[in-house]
Ligand binder design. Structure first.
Ligand SMILES: O=C(O)CCC(=O)C(=O)O
Ligand SMILES: [Fe+2]
Length: 192
């Protein structure tokens, strides 16, 4: 079921079972075992560290964020199929898919907005979750009391669109719970 998550100055759509279970599990297995996962260094406040997760870029365009430039590999068949479904569903087009692998509860992604120039003014980002369940947090950038937390279920789709990236940041926090590995796929359109 598709539901809207109502937050001011945001456009968020969530579907807890966008993918059927078989496809979702098969895609997780394929990506988990066959992807050339890498751990990238990042600079945080001038200090070089390793990202607390593994990543890979699929698609047609290179993508740079923070101090990283990622060069893509072509979409495998199952991802191409998923991309087509997402393009039909969102009425948008996507030319890259950034994949994140969170190996355990110590892997995470800190507070950020996906507001790189090459994503354009109001990017539509389609985010698919596979594998272990993790929490997702949103916080308004200036009205800090505005917050939202929810679980990203395996097989789910979260769409962040409209002004969301201007006014909100999001994170995938670490957890002390035992959690299964999780793969996240964010489909994005890199503009010329
Ligand atoms: O893993 C997630 O659900 C979040 C990923 C994310 O925010 C990103 O790739 O920009
Ligand atoms: Fe993000």
């Amino acid at each position: 079921m598709t539901e809207e998550i109502y937050l001011p100055q945001a456009h968020l759509i969530y579907n807890a079972n966008f993918l059927d279970t078989l496809f979702s599990e098969k895609l997780f297995q394929q990506l988990y075992t066959e992807t050339n996962w890498i751990q990238e260094p990042i600079k945080i406040f001038g200090k070089e560290m390793m990202q607390p997760r593994l990543t890979h870029l699929f698609g047609e365009r290179s993508y740079s964020y923070s101090t990283i430039i990622m060069n893509p590999e072509p979409f495998p068949e199952m991802l191409q199929q998923l991309k087509n479904n997402l393009e039909n569903f969102t009425k948008s087009t996507f030319n890259v898919c950034l994949a994140n692998l969170y190996r355990d509860g110590q892997d995470s992604m800190g507070w950020h907005s996906d507001d790189e120039k090459e994503l354009g003014e109001n990017p539509t980002i389609a985010s698919i979750s596979l594998g272990g369940e993790r929490m997702f947090h949103l916080q308004h950038k200036t009205k800090k009391e505005l917050k939202q937390k929810f679980v990203l279920a395996p097989g789910s789709l979260l769409i962040m669109a409209g002004e969301t990236q201007h006014f909100w940041k999001h994170q995938l926090p670490k957890t002390k719970k035992q959690v299964a590995p999780r793969i996240n796929l964010t489909f994005r359109q890199i503009l010329d």
